[in-house]
Write a protein that binds this ligand. Structure first.
Ligand SMILES: [Zn+2]
Length: 254
């Protein structure tokens, strides 16, 4: 609640949502459009999940003139954040919500992949479950297709259900040209991929192109790849190359 006073005299504190978004630790959240929140259809079922639902709803929509005692206000604030989070999970998989999150992704608001070979690829938030109070938010890298924990504990304690299990995958489904390349520098603008078939239509990203050879780390001793893993990697890569050639041949036939 300490942020309440610090932001109170700025233009940002005009609405509860602006205050919430500008509070430290809430950088992963995007702004939910008013008309989405005000359409009760979008909030179906949330009244059974959130305590003091209607007061929490009034708080986030600034429809609030009663002055509550400090303790009541504090617990209501917790419920309001919870409600905002649950609406957020629904909002970010709508087309307007995806577009807002895409802008944040382009600015790397969710951080960058710590894996060396991912070359600073921006990350996307994801939940491991859609049920609240179970798992904190994780970060998905579209390049190595793996998950990471947020660096800061403020972000690390955010409920993963506020983002949900589908969000990053839905984003790449709707914006296939944003799928990161497996090699070379990250391409967050989604431009200059040299994939004419992916332009305009937003569908046909070729499977073979998507399966481009990913860079992998190779363990070595004095330069020699002597581990069992090296043998396995060579076998996997030969297999992958045959499959990519096969996919390319199939796509050419179409
Ligand atoms: Zn990565």
């Amino acid at each position: 609640m300490d942020e309440l006073s610090t932001g109170s005299d700025s233009a940002y504190s005009n609405s509860w949502i602006s205050w919430f978004l500008s509070s430290k630790g809430n950088e992963y959240f995007c702004e939910i459009d008013d008309d989405y929140i005000l359409d009760r259809f979008n909030l179906t079922g949330l009244n059974t999940e959130v305590q003091n639902y209607s007061q929490a709803f009034d708080l986030i929509t600034d429809n609030f003139d009663e002055e509550f005692p400090e303790e009541v206000r504090a617990s209501l604030e917790v419920q309001a954040r919870f409600l905002y989070g649950l609406i957020h999970a629904r909002w970010i998989i709508t087309s307007r919500g995806l577009a807002k999150m895409l802008e944040k992704y382009k600015k790397a608001d969710f951080g960058r992949c710590p894996r060396v070979l991912c070359q600073q690829q921006p990350l996307l938030p994801v939940g491991l479950t859609d049920v609240p109070y179970e798992k904190s938010v994780k970060l998905y890298c579209g390049r190595c297709e793996d998950l990471y924990s947020p660096k800061s504990s403020r972000h690390g304690s955010i409920d993963g259900a506020y983002f949900g299990t589908s969000f990053p995958h839905m984003l790449f489904l709707v914006y296939p040209h944003m799928i990161p390349p497996k090699v070379g520098p990250p391409d967050v603008a989604g431009a200059g991929r040299g994939r004419p078939e992916a332009e305009g239509v937003g569908e046909g990203v070729s499977t073979a192109a998507a399966a481009l050879k990913a860079e992998r780390y190779r363990p070595r001793i004095f330069g020699f790849q002597v581990h069992e893993i090296a043998k396995l990697q060579r076998w996997q890569e030969a297999h992958r190359d045959r499959q990519v050639a096969h996919l390319e041949a199939l796509e050419q036939e179409q």
